[in-house]
Design a protein around this ligand. Sequence first.
Ligand SMILES: *[C@@H]1O[C@H](CO)[C@@H](O)[C@H](O)[C@H]1NC(C)=O
Ligand SMILES: *[C@@H]1O[C@H](CO)[C@@H](O)[C@H](O)[C@H]1NC(C)=O
Ligand SMILES: *[C@@H]1O[C@H](CO)[C@@H](O)[C@H](O)[C@H]1NC(C)=O
Ligand SMILES: *[C@@H]1O[C@H](CO)[C@@H](O)[C@H](O)[C@H]1NC(C)=O
Ligand SMILES: *[C@@H]1O[C@H](CO)[C@@H](O)[C@H](O)[C@H]1NC(C)=O
Ligand SMILES: *[C@@H]1O[C@H](CO)[C@@H](O)[C@H](O)[C@H]1NC(C)=O
Length: 557
Amino acid sequence: MERTSMTVVCLLVCLSFVLVKGEDPYLRFEWNVTYGTIAPLGVPQQGILINGQLPGPRINCTSNNNIVVNVFNHLDEPLLLTWNGVQQRKNSWQDGTPGTMCPIMPGTNFTYRFQVKDQIGSFFYFPTTDLHRAAGGFGAINVHSRALIPVPFDNPADDYSVFVGDWYNKGYKSLKKILDGGRTIGRPDGIHINGKSEKVGEKVAEPLYKMEAGKTYRYRFCNVGMRTSVNVRIQGHPMKLVEIEGSHTVQNVYESLDLHVGQCLSVLVTADQEPKDYYMIVSSRFLKQAELSSVSIIRYVNGKGPASSDLPAPPPENTQGIAWSMNQFRSFRWNLTASAARPNPQGSYHYGQINITRTFKIVNSRTEVDGKLRYALNGISHTDSETPFKLAEYFGATDKVFKYDLMPDQPSTPDDKVTIASNIKNATFRNFVEIVFENHEKTIQTYHLDGYSFFAVAVEPGKWTPEKRKNYNLVDAISRHSIQVYPNSWAAVMTTLDNAGLWSLRSEMWERFYLGQQLYFSVLSPARSLRDEYNLPDNHPLCGIVKTMPMPSPYKA
Ligand SMILES: *[C@@H]1O[C@H](CO)[C@@H](O)[C@H](O)[C@H]1NC(C)=O
Ligand SMILES: *[C@@H]1O[C@H](CO)[C@@H](O)[C@H](O)[C@H]1NC(C)=O
Ligand SMILES: *[C@@H]1O[C@H](CO)[C@@H](O)[C@H](O)[C@H]1NC(C)=O
Ligand SMILES: *[C@@H]1O[C@H](CO)[C@@H](O)[C@H](O)[C@H]1NC(C)=O
Ligand SMILES: *[C@@H]1O[C@H](CO)[C@@H](O)[C@H](O)[C@H]1NC(C)=O
Ligand SMILES: *[C@@H]1O[C@H](CO)[C@@H](O)[C@H](O)[C@H]1NC(C)=O
């Protein structure tokens, strides 16, 4: 007994010595980004592929791994990829948003280097430039716990990525023309599952995935669509929720799950039914006109027989459906006893006891400026600049590129009074902030924050007031990077701004993002110290006004 525990202690000490002293492993990728013909809804069009694939290659890694991705841009337009949910500690240089990096020009390559520091969970990458998101270019980033850290469920027989989303048949260049012309791209044409769509009763050559009877599988769902919330369900197979965007959840079982744009979650599914085919169903939520949906086949190995055409019903729509969806959100709880890597563990266990230093209340609006459709947050409709804002800060040239804090912390103008400008908020390093999103519009929103996880403490109907804080979940809210805001409702999140850099806060509804519903938090460490933030990497391309400026002196240790 004595000796066993001594051995265990030694093992732990020795291993942690190795982990601290030895460098974390490197995973290297080489990606060719090209155009290719795809037909997610059966209509051939120009899509964006990575190494010839859609979804693109999966980054399957472990907490603290160093990821090196050399991206070759074979498109005829500038390109950036972002790593949605990867926190990029001290390293907004690699975040892949137009505010932080110059794009990878056509015919050139750029090597992203980042560490998945103190994170686990299901994330995805996608292109942020132009309207490339409407053309594909997405793929999985799965971060596993390190070998010594217990995971709160048995190792699944396999790990399946399922990307779902709405789709437009027009092709991204036409969609971009519509938006640039000041009009909406309107209703999508359908729903895809991993870049394909099938109908009930259709003969399909290949199932989406296979399961062996008696085994349990992990399915990681991400909604990579442009604007449509969806509901996912599998005939005859309830889903045990185990993880949402990097947090292990209390393991409730669901017949179906709502998944909003930009969100990921993972479930366990046990193959315990009659061995045959079953449909996975993905259907739209909260669309004004008729529902859109698609199915895929999940096949039992050595199973016999087609899937039944008797599909499980979708959840209710309209007001009742919103109440249903809000209730489901409230059932998502963080498993406080499950171990997992997480940044800033002290802050995360007792987030309910930290005093709020600053409250942002952000109201989204839709309006026309000079006859053209624009979307805004607290009256500012964001535009990018040729010089990325982060580079303007680093080179000390902000006054030539943008003004801080044009957007007030609280909405002060009527929803329809809008200014088009770069929206950069000066936020204070290490502040504990509360962000309230209030949606006065008739359509659902999702917001996402780069650089951090936040505690998603409340989602409620009506308007927010400070008294509503008593309704916050200050105990076991999920720490995640996205939050949905229902029509005529609000949502509140809290986080510590302890990651220096420039970070995108955005609507994940891509038309809204493209036409202005986004901002950047500038979180500068006053120290200009390498302890807080890495230096501009040597391989970064330069563009805009900083291209001809002298290199600033680097941050000091
Ligand atoms: C990328 O394309 C180049 C040719 O342009 C080819 O040599 C290389 O093998 C490709 N890499 C991958 C990973 O497909
Ligand atoms: C993904 O990585 C995990 C942890 O390193 C490993 O156990 C698993 O086998 C990998 N899966 C695939 C499909 O490579
Ligand atoms: C482009 O790729 C080459 C290897 O093919 C690599 O040596 C070089 O560093 C890459 N460029 C950048 C800017 O990352
Ligand atoms: C939370 O995680 C612990 C530790 O792995 C596990 O034993 C427990 O069953 C989980 N609790 C719930 C409610 O899922
Ligand atoms: C939070 O604020 C209250 C009242 O202003 C104060 O008494 C308390 O000490 C503060 N707590 C922390 C942890 O700073
Ligand atoms: C940003 O805020 C900090 C205080 O948090 C202040 O010291 C700094 O001057 C501000 N910078 C600008 C450009 O407003």
